[in-house]
Design a protein around this ligand. Structure first.
Ligand code: TXA
Ligand code: MG
Length: 320
């Protein structure tokens, strides 16, 4: 029997009983539990096989609840939250003393956002606790953007995936921390850098391992398909270098025929980066299940959401 269901009341009951429920958001599906239940939070880490040093994002129903989660809100954080919530922006701020250490991995900061999905907002409004929810994938695997992706990963581990359809944005939230009140991007994501800079001016991006990540999830190899993945700006050349391989091809707008290319997915025929981002992970899930030798992925233009997509693709394609 499928664990996918649209029944919000059932999700409320499970979460009140300290169980986990996978929830839809506009970015990716999250594996959610009560932030105050040690049992639920432990289960999140176990289910994902996620190391305990990697902290979780807290999801709240509205900006009015921010002061329950954090101890202070810098001016620019307030401005960003007012502009972009509900939405794909996660703020890392000084934590409120009542936030459990397990959530923050012992850090004195906590990550928090208001997701922009009607089903999950309705759910959060019926609970008297916030939800911790990392992406609903095993550690290092591709994030889920459809309920079926979560079911495939966790059908033996959780009782329910709350069905909210395919995720509109399809790539994780943009994470911003603060240093002396100034914003720093820890993870590029579904909210474009340019949109953030239009509100608060130039921001520093500090999401590379060499620079010492403040978001421990920013490991160099991450978000990976199991199939060897090559990222290239010259698709034709890369395909021609592998004539004897069974290739899956993922491109932005132009497909390319070659006898080595077994299947091919185009993300947006109109070069729309929003559309491409929303389809990226689903395309990787699909290609990763076709028993291919390699996946060749075209590098996206380095602007707007293209930057966020390239960030994920570089991690997916990283070779040791
Ligand atoms: O779009 C999203 O953000 C999704 C949906 C479900 O909301 N969630 C998500 O969670 O992507 P997760 O756990 O897969 O990624 C959260 C990232 C991790 O890289 C973690 O290290 C970082 O947020 N993070 C969490 N708390 C932090 C903190 N206090 N300081 C720095 N980074 C933090
Ligand atoms: Mg994740």
């Amino acid at each position: 029997m499928s664990i996918i269901s649209k029944d919000i009341q059932k999700a409320v009951v499970l979460l009140n009983n300290e169980e986990l429920v996978a929830i839809p958001t506009e970015t990716v599906y999250g594996l959610a539990g009560n932030i105050f239940s040690e049992k639920a939070i432990q289960r999140i880490f176990e289910t994902k096989k996620r190391p305990f040093f990697n902290p979780l994002i807290v999801h709240i129903p509205s900006i009015d609840r921010l002061n329950d989660i954090v101890a202070e809100v810098p001016q620019k954080a307030k401005l960003l939250a007012e502009t972009f919530w509900p939405g794909s922006l996660t703020l890392v701020l000084k934590k409120h003393p009542k936030i459990p250490d397990l959530i923050t991995a012992g850090k004195d900061t906590v990550a928090v956002r208001v997701p922009n999905h009607p089903t999950t907002l309705a759910l959060l409004n019926q609970l008297n606790f916030p939800l911790a929810a990392p992406s609903a994938n095993p550690f290092n695997n591709i994030s889920p953007t459809k309920p079926e992706h979560v079911e495939r990963y966790f059908k033996n581990d959780i009782k329910m995936v709350l069905d909210g359809g395919a995720c509109k944005n399809g790539i994780e939230s943009t994470i911003i921390g603060f240093d002396k009140g100034e914003p720093i991007i820890y993870r590029l994501g579904a909210l474009a850098l340019e949109d953030i800079e239009a509100i608060v001016g130039k921001v520093t991006v500090k999401n590379k391992k060499e620079q010492g990540p403040d978001a421990p999830g920013m490991l160099q190899k991450h978000y990976s398909p199991l199939t060897t993945t090559l990222l290239t700006s010259d698709v034709v050349k890369t395909v021609e270098q592998h004539p004897n391989k069974k290739i899956g091809l993922l491109t932005l707008s132009n497909s390319y025929q070659n006898k080595a290319v077994h299947s091919s997915i185009v993300l947006s025929t109109t070069n729309n980066l929003q559309e491409a981002a929303s389809k990226l992970y689903d395309a990787l899930h699909v290609l990763d299940h076709q028993k291919l030798d390699i996946i060749v992925v075209e590098k996206m233009p380095n602007v707007g959401l293209g930057k966020s997509m390239n960030d994920r693709l570089q991690r997916a394609a990283f070779q040791e």
